[in-house]
Design a protein around this ligand. Structure first.
Ligand code: ADP
Length: 228
């Protein structure tokens, strides 16, 4: 298969799909099961906004409006993160690339390091249902575990199943109006990557309207063919 990996190079997986498809949840599963590092440009950008860095200040308004942050900013942040030592274990890119320019830049970055993309896993969902999914979601501030009012409520209200913290957080951009803009941005600027990775022979599709555990099973099976 294309995307086959030589054992000397760390695996590189991409999770593709619209906002709400479950990329973050699945990336965390891959991190735990396969010892890979989750790289979420959304998380990196939110950290930059919280830190008030130049990049964060430039990104804030665009993120609140549901648009895409400029390629320059995102690429600079990702390049820095990829250079950190832990990425030698292999990475799952969650929410990156989101434009063709980002995808081409990623190919170049990886080629410089003798690496390549082993699989771009597309989480296929029904857009209309994404608004409901996103409007009900929240995460634990302490450990990052994701929850949903309807689909994955914590066992004890407001308390994280994983770490016990009582510090749940709902994202400012997880409201119906901003979600519509984010879906538009996905269709206009990110969906062309499906053809991009199909042409490279690395696209893998997963039905992401199933239950979380079933999606995990399908993605885990795909990941195993790459990471094993
Ligand atoms: P979701 O996948 O649910 O939209 P993310 O956390 O991945 O959430 O992204 C949140 C926001 O951060 C996006 O709406 C966008 O403004 C910005 N962002 C994240 N990743 C990128 C990227 N690769 N390129 C441009 N903007 C990005």
């Amino acid at each position: 298969m294309d995307g086959a990996r030589t054992p000397q190079t760390p695996p590189v997986l991409i999770l593709l799909g619209p906002p709400g498809a479950g990329k973050g949840t699945q990336a965390r599963m891959l991190e735990k099961e396969f010892g890979l590092v989750q790289l979420s440009t959304g998380d990196l950008l939110r950290a930059a906004v919280a830190a008030g860095s130049d990049a964060g200040q430039a990104a804030k308004a665009v993120m609140e409006a549901g648009g895409l942050v400029s390629d320059d900013i995102v690429l600079a942040i990702l390049r820095d993160r990829l250079a950190a030592g832990d990425c030698a274990k292999g990475v799952i890119l969650d929410g990156f690339p989101r434009t063709t320019a980002q995808a081409e830049a990623l190919d170049e970055m990886l080629a410089e390091a003798g690496q390549r993309i082993n699989a771009a896993i597309l989480l296929e969902v029904d857009d209309v249902k994404m608004v409901v999914r996103i409007a009900g979601r929240f995460t634990c501030r302490a450990c990052g575990e994701g929850y949903h009012d309807t689909f994955k409520a914590p066992k004890v209200a407001d308390t994280c199943d994983c770490c016990g913290a009582q510090a749940m957080n709902r994202r400012a951009d997880d409201n119906p109006k901003t979600v519509m803009s984010r879906l538009d941005a996905y269709h206009e600027q990110t969906a062309p990557l499906i053809a991009y990775y199909t042409d490279k022979g690395v696209l893998r599709r997963v039905d992401a309207m199933q239950e979380i555990a079933a999606i995990q099973g399908a993605i885990g099976a795909l990941a195993r063919t790459v990471v094993a």
